[in-house]
Design a protein around this ligand. Structure first.
Ligand code: SF4
Length: 85
């Protein structure tokens, strides 16, 4: 059981169930996303948003590389303090 923001989360997925490509996307993209909740990949039934799916498809199609994604992130304002409106 995982507890986040007062909510109890049931662990439904182990690291073994996460493919190497998905782990790379989670580490490269999700960990920089303001919507990421710690360890969500282990307890959220559907943790992949549309952008996630698009990026995975682009990586699978070799339309972009992880290095290119990291370079793009360096040019983006990832202000974690920005509040949602
Ligand atoms: S799945 Fe999408 S919204 Fe969720 S943390 Fe990853 S990039 Fe952000």
């Amino acid at each position: 059981m995982c507890i986040k923001m007062g909510k109890k989360h049931e662990i439904i997925r182990t690291e073994k169930a996460i493919t190497p490509l998905d782990r790379e996307i989670i580490n490269t993209v999700c960990h920089k996303c303001n919507f990421y909740a710690k360890d969500q990949e282990y307890w959220e039934k559907e943790y992949e948003c549309g952008a996630y799916k698009l990026i995975r498809q682009m990586l699978e199609n070799k339309q972009i590389t992880v290095d290119e994604i990291e370079k793009i992130f360096k040019r983006i304002d990832l202000n974690p303090e920005r509040g949602l409106k």
